[in-house]
Design a protein around this ligand. Structure first.
Ligand code: ACM
Ligand code: ZN
Length: 536
C-alpha cells in the first residue's frame, strides 16, 4: 500500500510527528471479520462523543466507556436515547440481524457516527472488540496516551463466528496461577473473541478449588512439598508450592468471565490424575495410601477406587458444589490417562466388575464415567471429557474433547457425539515454538509453530456434512509443567492463540496465513500495549 506521509505539530509534546493518515491505512482486525468494506474518511472520537444505549445495552455501553477510557483519558457519556445524532456510538439490539446469529454483529463507521447492531448482547460485545481494534493500537494502553488522534477508518463490517466453542484451557495445577492472572487470561480471550475458558482445577500435583464439605482437599491437596527440576531429573527444588481459589474467588472469576461473554468450564479430573485429592482423603483410593501430593510430572498409578460406593458419593458431593459455582452447561470430568493397574488387584474394583457384568477394567472406567454422566444429566448439565471416555461406550449427551490427534473426535462425531477439537498436533501450546528445542525455554518438547496452528481445520475431511455439525469448535491447551510463571504462560500462549482465534472464528475460505502475518504485525503492538509477554 502506498501511504502518503503527513507531518503534524503536537501541542502536548511540542514535536513534529509524522503520521500516516488513517483515511489511507488498511485496517487490521484479528480474528479477520467475515465481510468488510472500507470507505474513505474517518470518525474522530472526542471527549464529547456519546455512547448511546437503550435498556438492553446499558451494561455494554458502560463496558465500552471503560474500554476506551484508560488510553484516551476520556470519560464518555453513556446516554439512553433513541435518536441518531452526530458524534455518537450507537449500541442497539436488532432482531433483523438474526442471520448473523447470537454472536454476530454489524458495525458501520461513518464520518458522523458509529452504529453497532446485533441480535444478541454477545454480538454487541464482539463488535466493541472490533471497534477497539479499528482505533490506533495505543488504545490498548492502560495509561493516558498523548499526541494521538483517536480516529477510526470508515468501514462497514458484518461478522459472525464459524464455531460456537472457541476455547482456551489453562492448567493451574502443575503451577498455580494467581487470580489476577486468570482475569488477564480471560481478558485476552475476549479481545480475540474466544468464549470458553476451560479451567483445569485438579491434578496429581495440586487441588485448586475450595470444597466446603471436604476442607482437606485444599488444606492438604493444594500444596506439594517441592517440585522436580527439569524433566523428571530426579533432583528437586526443595520449595513448597501451591495455592487454591476460594469459592468467593471462583464466583468472582465466573462473573468476570460472564461480563466478557466467556463461559468458564471447570475440569474436575477423575478417575485418574487425582493424587492430590487422595493425599487428602486416601480412603477413596484402592490401597488406602498414605499418599503425598505428587512432586514430579507424568502419570500417577494411584487413582480413585471405582469399586467403592463412597468414592462415587465423594466425587458427586464435589460436583454438587461445583455445579452451584459454575452455570456452564458443560462440566469437564477429565477421564484421560487413567492407569488400570490398581483396579486389577483391588477386591472392590473386581467385585464391581463382576456385579455390573463388565468385561474388564476398561469397561469399569466406562461404568465410572457413566455414573457421572447420569448425575450431571439429571441436573440439566452435560458431561465433557478427554477422548478416552469414548472407550467402552458413552451416553448420548456427553461430549468428547479430542486431544490424541483427530481420531477420537472423528469416532465421536460419527457416533453422534458433540466434539471439541483439541488435537495435540495443532493446539497444545505447551509444545515448543522452535524446531531446535535449545533455542527456546525448557518445554515438553515437540514443535508447534504459529503457521501450523493457523493451518488447523477443526473439521476432519472424512466427516459427512451431518457428522461435521457435531464439531462444536476447538481450543488451545496450556499444560503448565514447564511454565512456572504467568509470564511464561503468556509466552507460550501468544501469539499462537491469535492464530487459533482465527481458526475458530474466520470462515475457512477466508483464511490466509500471509495476510494474517501482516495483520499480526499490527496486532502484536496491541499485545505489547497490553503488557503481554508474547513470543516475538
Ligand atoms: C491430556 O493431555 N492428558 C489430556
Ligand atoms: Zn479399587
Amino acid at each position: 500500500m502506498n501511504y502518503s506521509q503527513e507531518w503534524l505539530f503536537c501541542v502536548a509534546c511540542s514535536f513534529l510527528v509524522s503520521v500516516v493518515p488513517i483515511s489511507h491505512a488498511s485496517v487490521s482486525v484479528i480474528p479477520a471479520p467475515v465481510r468488510m468494506e472500507l470507505q474513505n474518511g474517518t470518525f474522530l472520537l472526542t471527549p464529547d462523543t456519546k455512547i448511546i444505549v437503550d435498556a438492553q445495552t446499558t451494561e455494554l455501553g458502560g463496558q465500552l466507556k471503560e474500554m476506551l477510557s484508560p488510553a484516551t483519558g476520556y470519560s464518555l457519556g453513556v446516554v439512553d436515547a433513541s435518536d441518531l445524532s452526530n458524534n455518537a456510538i450507537y449500541l442497539k439490539l436488532d432482531s433483523a440481524l438474526k442471520d448473523l446469529g447470537e454472536e454476530g454483529y454489524r458495525l458501520a463507521v461513518t464520518e458522523k457516527n458509529v452504529t453497532l447492531k446485533a441480535t444478541g448482547k454477545a454480538g454487541i460485545f464482539y463488535g466493541m472488540q472490533t471497534l477497539r481494534q479499528l482505533l490506533p493500537t495505543e488504545i490498548f494502553k492502560q495509561v493516558p496516551v498523548e499526541c494521538i488522534d483517536w480516529r477510526i477508518r470508515c468501514v462497514t463490517i458484518e461478522d459472525m463466528p464459524r464455531f460456537q466453542w472457541r476455547g482456551m484451557h489453562l492448567d493451574v495445577c502443575r503451577h498455580f496461577m494467581p487470580k489476577e492472572f486468570v482475569k488477564k487470561y480471560i481478558d485476552l480471550m475476549a479481545i480475540h473473541k474466544m468464549n470458553i475458558f476451560h479451567w483445569h482445577l485438579t491434578e496429581d500435583q495440586g487441588w485448586r478449588i475450595e470444597i466446603k464439605k471436604y476442607p482437606k482437599l485444599t488444606e492438604v491437596g493444594a500444596w506439594r512439598e517441592e517440585t522436580v527440576i527439569g524433566r523428571n531429573s530426579g533432583k528437586y527444588d526443595g520449595k513448597r508450592h501451591g495455592g487454591f481459589y476460594t469459592q468467593d474467588d471462583v464466583r468472582e472469576i465466573v462473573e468476570y468471565a460472564r461480563q466478557r461473554y466467556v463461559t468458564v468450564v471447570p475440569e474436575i479430573e477423575m478417575p485418574g490424575h487425582s493424587l492430590a485429592a487422595l493425599a487428602a482423603y486416601p480412603e477413596f483410593s484402592c490401597t488406602g495410601g498414605p499418599f503425598k501430593v505428587r512432586t514430579k510430572w507424568g502419570v500417577e498409578p494411584d487413582v480413585y477406587c471405582a469399586g467403592n460406593d463412597k468414592t462415587i458419593e465423594f466425587l458427586q458431593d464435589i460436583l454438587t458444589e461445583v455445579l452451584a459455582l459454575f452455570p456452564s452447561e458443560f462440566i469437564h470430568i477429565g477421564g484421560d490417562e487413567c492407569p488400570k493397574k490398581r483396579w486389577e488387584t483391588c477386591p472392590k474394583c473386581q467385585a464391581r466388575i463382576k456385579a455390573e457384568g463388565l468385561k474388564d477394567e476398561h469397561e469399569l472406567q466406562s461404568w465410572f464415567i457413566r455414573q457421572m454422566d447420569t448425575f450431571l444429566a439429571e441436573r440439566g448439565r452435560r458431561l465433557v471429557g478427554w477422548d478416552e471416555i469414548l472407550e467402552g461406550g458413552l451416553a448420548q449427551g456427553a461430549a468428547v474433547m479430542s486431544w490424541r490427534g483427530e481420531a477420537g473426535g472423528i469416532a465421536a462425531a460419527q457416533a453422534g457425539h458433540d466434539v471439541i477439537m483439541a488435537s495435540n498436533a495443532y493446539t497444545y501450546f505447551d509444545y515448543c515454538q522452535a524446531a531446535d528445542l535449545k533455542e527456546e525455554p525448557l518445554s515438553i518438547g515437540h514443535f508447534l509453530p504459529l503457521e501450523k496452528v493457523y493451518s488447523f481445520n477443526p473439521v476432519p475431511a472424512v466427516l459427512t456434512a451431518e457428522q461435521a455439525k457435531h464439531i462444536l469448535g476447538a481450543q488451545g491447551q496450556l499444560w503448565t509443567e514447564y511454565m512456572p510463571s504467568s509470564e511464561h504462560v503468556e509466552y507460550m500462549a501468544y501469539p499462537r492463540a491469535c492464530a487459533l482465534a482465527e481458526v475458530v472464528w474466520t470462515p475457512l475460505e477466508d483464511k490466509d496465513y500471509k495476510k494474517f502475518q501482516t495483520r499480526l504485525e499490527t496486532h502484536t503492538q496491541r499485545l505489547e500495549n497490553l503488557g503481554v509477554n508474547f513470543r516475538k
